[in-house]
Ligand binder design. Structure first.
Ligand code: NAP
Length: 306
């Protein structure tokens, strides 16, 4: 756990710009490849500064074949904890001493911290994904949720939906083989979700009863911003007041969300999920309440520079 500097000075309260690194500075970071465009360093460094912590959050570019060596090196260097991003979220798991039930259920880890036995990992994308759903104070147990895509992010979405008690849960993809594998891969999971699967081509039959439609495909992500996973005619099949939730945060809104707004649906983008997964990680590392509004504003400033 990293802690507030007891000798907290006025200078530190000014934030990163007024904070100098010194011999006691504690280090957090993110491993990925590529990692240069990650928005986590500005967001987490703003949060550390706001908490008055003498710490810094650093991007580490790690090639896939170097994951094991990198993680051992981070341990030896006394790094306090780190995030994991593409393409290492699965690969990192075999190098951890402990993985939480959520991390095991998702089959991917994005947050790692030190425990006595070594590194422990979990998946805070789940917390990030469900944060806006919890804030909406709806009863999700009876709601039909349709998840577009069956990759890594879809796993975090399914785990989150299970935690919210969703019973009418669908995963829709373009490959019957991958969908079958996706459904079977939960058999040993502590969450034991009851998922139904369907092909994208058959989605129209599901939409009239769908309360929440989640896009976990990269369709519409920068630079292919004209793409969308469903058409405006399909979105028009959804009930009034239903929610279209896109995990993509750049651009915002995506074409999917623009079409959904035109169809009269509520629209949520992936920005809040990114903020909340980072906040959940910071809370694990520091045991302090994350300055969420500062993290949100820092992220928004990165996404929409003046
Ligand atoms: P992934 O593991 O590569 O999975 C992508 C899924 O999209 C796969 O099921 C893939 O289908 C499907 N897909 C890809 N291209 C498609 C197409 N042209 N038509 C239909 N389906 C297509 O990626 P991921 O890690 O899950 O990430 C997915 C998205 O979520 C990314 O845009 C990422 O930025 C976003 N995300 C956001 C957050 C956040 O904090 N907001 C967190 C995590 C991820 P196949 O299996 O058939 O190939």
């Amino acid at each position: 756990m990293i802690s507030r500097d007891d000798g907290n000075s006025d200078e530190q309260d000014k934030g990163m710009a007024g904070m100098s690194l010194n011999g006691a500075t504690q280090v957090l970071g993110i491993i990925g490849h590529p990692v240069e465009h990650s928005l986590s360093p500005p967001m987490q460094n703003a949060a550390l500064a706001a908490l008055g912590i003498n710490g810094v959050y650093v991007p580490f570019s790690v090639e896939p074949e170097a994951v094991e060596a990198a993680i051992a090196g981070l341990w030896s260097l006394g790094i306090q904890g780190f995030n994991v991003t593409i393409p290492h979220k699965q690969a990192v798991m075999s190098h951890l001493a402990q993985i939480t039930d959520v991390g095991k259920a998702v089959g991917a880890v994005n947050t790692v911290w030190r425990v006595e036995q070594g590194w422990q990992g979990t998946n805070t994308d789940v917390t990030g994904f469900i944060a806006p759903l919890k804030s909406s104070h709806q009863d999700w147990s009876q709601a039909r949720v349709v998840v577009l895509g069956n990759g890594g992010a879809a796993r975090a979405v399914i785990a989150g939906c299970m935690m919210l008690g969703c019973a009418d849960l669908w995963v829709v993809g373009r490959s019957a083989d991958k969908l079958q594998w996706f459904a079977e891969s939960w058999q040993d999971s502590p969450l034991q979700p009851t998922i139904q699967t369907g092909l994208m081509a058959d989605i129209n039959a599901l939409l009239p009863e769908t309360t929440l439609l989640v896009n976990t495909t990269p369709l519409g992500m920068y630079p292919h911003t004209e793409a969308a996973p469903v058409t405006s005619m399909q979105l028009a099949l959804m009930p009034a007041g239903a929610i279209a939730y896109d995990l993509i945060y750049t651009p915002s809104p995506t074409q999917f969300l623009k079409l959904a707004a035109q169809a009269g649906l509520q629209t949520w983008d992936g920005t809040e999920m990114l903020v909340q997964q980072g906040a959940a990680a910071l809370e694990i590392w520091t045991q302090q309440t994350p300055p969420i509004e500062i993290m949100r504003q820092t992220l928004k400033a990165q996404l929409n520079p003046a």
